[in-house]
Design a protein around this ligand. Structure first.
Ligand code: NAP
Length: 298
């Protein structure tokens, strides 16, 4: 099985590289080697590699910056997807594309089904939805769009690492309590993506959701990060964390208040049981601690 992974240097690209199955011959490309917005370069790379499956982890993910950089966001998240779908059609290859809970408005109070109508409220969410629709239009039966939420990894920038930095530098923190989703360790998600890539017959135009199990507000998540980091000696002292409402912490992009994703029967489809986010968070923090130890030569 030959697979091309695009977006090598992102959180998910990094985790996919760590878990590449022995049955797969994978090529990973970063944004310097391949710009998804450049059709000629994409055509050249795919024509050379001739993968059976492409996994697209490349995206414009700066949610707040996107409000001022609409063109840049759409260039990657829409034009990039159009290009990928066209090139897959031309070379008869299948496309796994990753999307986001931010395609939903967040007005519901029960988990979003894949059949629920998206209504994104941010440029990032709108551009990601446009990308999903372009793929489904151009490559109707050879794609698999899979939405996830709140990704974090030892690699790259994310909420967990930001919080660890803030716990070390601040005396107290206010964290938003009325934005609820399912934090998801990119390592576990990467495992699922490899399972799907390894079963190309499952890449048949289906829209899927995958997140870790359970739900948490940003406040709950921050409290858990601090508590687990203290347990493993990654922080010396606890600081007080107070819940605040999102309205009192305005950001350039609005975020869904509730974006929990219903998973349907994805466990049956992938043969993988979802793990609770608290357990995955603990695994990630242990992995981060070990990585830091190796770096420090301890
Ligand atoms: N992070 C989350 O919380 C979250 C939540 C839900 C869904 N998702 C989705 O999950 C996927 C993976 O997210 P992630 O957190 O791994 O993202 P990430 O860490 O921001 O990585 C995105 C990667 O895309 C690359 N990229 C950007 N523009 C490109 C272009 N024109 N051509 C080729 N590569 C380009 C970036 O390269 P450079 O590093 O060189 O810029 C970066 O390595 C994305 O589709 C994202 O929308 C993420």
């Amino acid at each position: 099985m030959k697979v091309l992974v695009i977006g090598k240097n992102g959180q998910l690209g990094f985790e996919l590289a760590k878990l590449t199955p022995s049955s797969v011959r994978a090529t990973f490309l970063d944004s310097n080697q391949l710009d998804v917005a450049d059709m000629n370069s994409l055509d050249e790379k795919v024509s050379y590699e001739r993968p059976e499956v492409i996994i697209n982890c490349a995206a414009y993910t700066a949610v707040d910056k996107a409000e001022a950089e609409q063109y840049a966001a759409y260039l990657v998240n829409l034009t990039g997807c159009e290009n990928l779908a066209k090139v897959c059609k031309k070379f008869n290859c299948k496309l796994i594309h990753v999307s986001t809970d931010f395609v939903f408005s967040g007005q519901k109070s029960t988990p979003y089904l894949t059949t629920d109508k998206p209504a994104p409220t941010s440029i990032y969410g709108k551009s990601k939805l446009a990308g999903e629709l372009a793929i489904q239009r151009i490559l109707p039966t050879n794609n698999l769009v899979i939405r996830t939420s709140g990704l974090y990894s030892v690699h790259g920038d994310n909420f967990v690492k930001t919080m660890l930095g803030l716990f070390r530098s601040k005396d107290m923190l206010n964290i938003v309590v009325d934005q609820v989703a399912s934090p998801t360790w990119a390592r576990g998600f990467a495992e699922v993506l490899w399972q799907l890539a390894n079963s190309p017959e499952k890449i048949d135009g289906t829209l899927l959701h995958w997140t870790d199990a359970g739900v948490a507000s940003k406040y709950d998540f921050a409290v858990a990060i601090q508590s687990i980091a203290l347990k493993y000696g990654m922080l010396e002292t606890a600081i007080p964390i107070s819940p605040i409402l999102g309205d009192s912490f305005p950001t350039p992009a609005s975020r869904p208040n509730y974006s929990v994703l219903d998973q349907g029967d994805i466990e049956t489809l992938t043969g993988t049981r979802r793990v609770h986010w608290q357990l995955q968070l603990e695994r990630m923090l242990v992995s981060l601690k070990n990585q830091t130890r190796v770096k420090d030569g301890k």
